[in-house]
Design a protein around this ligand. Structure first.
Ligand code: COA
Ligand code: AMP
Length: 630
């Protein structure tokens, strides 16, 4: 069947389409209907079902004869270790961990925060929660204590599962001390923690509160899978919005299973038993969907890679892993390829490995620049597919669905909408624009199964952030266009979110931190273009009238402050002191104009600008730190 037929089939009868896809899932109570629209514009899928995620990701494969197949490969160049876990081993480990959590009182609906690096135990912790119907929330290791504390106060976990440490090239990340700091900062206190002691750094455990991962499983009964309702939250994943308060994206259980399973064959073109590798992190949505849940639900082998594209030990690591573990589909971020390309532009490392098993490569997380795609195509000789999605959707909004049909690739476009997504480009008044014209990208409601039904404990914020601007549509926060063949082009964010090395960050959140410095009267953070990371944050600081501190000292301090409060992942290293910020007459800071100056792009002088002369000062300031291209 052609893509067009599949898409039209969905358009004709969306419920029948998803009920058909739902047949691939093991239900305790199967769906009688697909969509619940009685609370529109809030929608639910497969609400009348009972199901368990862990059963579908693990146990059923053991029952169906895949017990001896490897479920997880841990390949960790940073610790120099490799490990293989079969489905039967995974089932036993997860059932035991879930049993121990239950013995300590964790039940269906309880929240559990997971703060772990790229080790298989992170997936086991996620699956153990799913087994009990507990709602996990994984926090990325590159966030500092304060960000973790914000998530603890919002999710109010009964328990936190963490590792003693993580390893970044050249340094140990002290997870346990960071966790202790977060618990001190948070108002909500978890009842207990479970700590996986890694050999690289053993952490202090606080008697009565912190339990050893292995020790606390001694003598417990393994737990069976607890059936939950189809709309029960499988997990909460916090993502950046306009302010420093992250949004708790809720993932509904049944739709998540149905949609992710559908994507494995149709988008990623793998069959059960094939090896699938997403080189991301469990702290991000790509890690949730395509390191943990989708490959396992579909009966694939997934790779947990603890390393970097370069430097661990070299720019050939990706190719070694693909060749050694016989990866068929590989998923990474454009920034990772840019890093490899910079070190190995001619692909000398590529030639060292047998990559004949690799059939396709997928890129997402940020705009994939044509140079990078062309370089990857030339090196690897397989389709390199850019696809577009968000934490909120949990799976691709637009892609070239290789398992259905290999569509012609248009560089700069993540191709066409997937079934379930009616994507429209709207003008400010909410009217569709003509093909080729720029506008806000919106998706006609309802969104498909697996996408967010709401934000955790924040329905009003959900409506305000996504539903109110264009009634009847979900507002993606991205701007772009559609061409005459229906291909989408994702050009920019319409909010204050920036994308640094494939990591989604809030400039508003960084501004809140800068504003907390005693010498800073006013500030702005913008995202400027960067050849490696896509974007980089740059801070502009106006100091208090009375401040006579050397500017370099203040800059150093705010850089450290962002690292301490948000974390190293913010990659905030550039700031500059200016006398004034460019504003409109009503006082709005002209961040967009500042970005254009930094990137050397033409811009129209804003009609409402208070004092155009300030723009020259901004340009000088940017030039003083090596930016401002023109
Ligand atoms: N735990 C702790 N710290 C982390 C971390 C983690 N899991 N991940 C990143 N960091 C730290 C880094 O060590 C770095 O710290 P530093 O300032 O002390 O050097 C900082 O956060 C910024 O990291 P990053 O922006 O990733 O830059 P980098 O120089 O370490 O690496 C790349 C550059 C391109 C190799 C890297 O960004 C990369 O692999 N990107 C791919 C991103 C990706 O897969 N994203 C998932 C979206 S699908
Ligand atoms: P995240 O929620 O972290 O996955 O970030 C989602 C955002 O990243 C999207 O809203 C886009 O702005 C950007 N993004 C993700 N994938 C792509 C892509 N293929 N092309 C362009 N932008 C992308």
């Amino acid at each position: 069947m052609a893509y067009k037929d599949v898409y039209q089939g969905w358009q004709k009868d969306p419920e029948a389409f998803w009920l058909d896809a739902a047949k691939a899932i093991d239900w305790v109570e199967p769906p009688k209907k697909a969509l619940s629209d009685e609370n529109a514009p809030l929608y639910e899928w497969f609400k009348d079902t009972k199901v368990n995620t862990c059963w579908n990701a693990v146990d059923r494969h053991v029952e169906n004869g895949r017990g001896d197949q490897v479920a997880i490969i841990h390949d960790s160049p940073v610790t120099g270790s490799k490990k293989w876990i079969t489905y039967v081993e995974l089932r036993n480990r997860v059932a035991s961990l879930a049993g121990a959590l239950r013995a300590k009182g964790v039940e269906k609906g309880d929240r559990v925060i997971i703060y772990m690096p790229m080790m298989p135990e992170a997936l086991e912790a996620m699956l153990a929660c799913a087994r009990l119907g507990a709602i996990h929330s994984v926090v990325f290791g590159g966030f500092a204590s304060n960000e973790l504390a914000v998530r603890i106060d919002d999710a109010k976990p009964k328990c936190i599962i963490a590792a003693s440490c993580g390893i970044e090239p050249g340094r140990v990340v002290h997870y346990k001390p960071l966790l202790d700091g977060a618990i001190d900062l948070a108002e909500h206190k978890p009842e207990f923690t479970v700590i996986f002691q890694r050999e690289n750094e053993v952490a202090h455990l606080e008697e009565g509160r912190d339990f050893n991962w292995h020790g606390f499983q001694y003598g417990v009964d393994p737990a069976d899978c607890v059936p939950v309702e189809g709309d029960h939250p499988a997990y909460i994943l916090y993502t950046s919005g306009t302010t420093g308060q992250p949004k708790g994206v809720v993932r509904p259980t049944a739709g998540h299973l149905v949609a992710l399973n559908w994507t494995m064959k149709n988008v990623y073109n793998v069959d059960p038993g094939d090896v699938f590798w997403a080189a991301s992190d469990v702290g991000w949505v790509v890690g949730h969907s395509y390191i943990c849940y989708a490959p396992l639900v579909h009966g694939n082998t997934t790779i947990v890679f603890e390393g970097k594209p370069i430097g661990t030990p070299d720019a050939g690591t990706f190719w070694r892993v693909i060749s050694e573990h016989k990866v068929k589909s590989f998923f990474t971020a454009p920034t990772a390829f840019r890093a490899v390309k910079r070190e190995d532009p001619k692909g000398e490392f590529v030639k060292k490995y047998d990559l004949s098993g690799l059939k396709q490569v997928y890129l997402a997380g940020e705009r994939a620049d044509p140079d990078t795609i062309e370089w990857a195509q030339a090196q690897l000789g397989v389709p390199v597919i850019d696809h577009w999605w968000q934490t909120e959707t949990g799976w691709a909004i637009a892609a070239s669905p290789l398992g259905i049909e290999e569509l012609p690739i248009k560089l700069g476009s993540p191709s066409v909408p997937m079934p379930g997504y009616d994507v429209q480009i709207l003008d400010e008044g909410g009217h569709p624009v003509k093909d080729g014209e720029l506008g806000a990208i919106a998706i006609k409601l309802p969104l498909p199964p697996g996408t967010l039904p709401t934000l955790w404990n924040a329905e009003e914020r959900f409506r305000k952030s996504y539903l109110n601007t264009f009634p009847g549509y979900y507002e993606t926060g991205d701007a772009g266009m559609k061409d005459e063949d229906g291909y989408l082009y994702i050009m920019a964010r319409t909010d204050d979110v920036i994308n640094v090395a494939g990591h989604r960050l809030s400039t508003g959140g960084m501004e809140e931190v800068l504003a907390g410095h005693p010498d800073v009267a006013e500030c702005a953070v913008i995202g400027v273009s960067d050849d490696l990371k896509g974007q980089l944050p740059v801070g502009f600081l106006c100091l208090n009238a009375g401040s006579n501190r050397p500017h370099e000292d203040v800059v150093k301090e705010v850089v450290q402050l962002v690292r301490d409060k948000i974390g190293p992942v913010a990659a905030f290293k550039l700031a500059v002191v200016v006398d004034r910020l460019p504003k409109t007459r009503s006082g709005k800071i002209l961040r967009g104009t500042m970005v254009s100056i930094a990137d050397g792009k033409d811009f129209k002088m804003p009609a409402t600008i208070d004092d155009p002369a300030i723009l020259d000062e901004i340009k000088d300031a940017l030039q003083s730190i090596g930016y401002a291209k023109a």
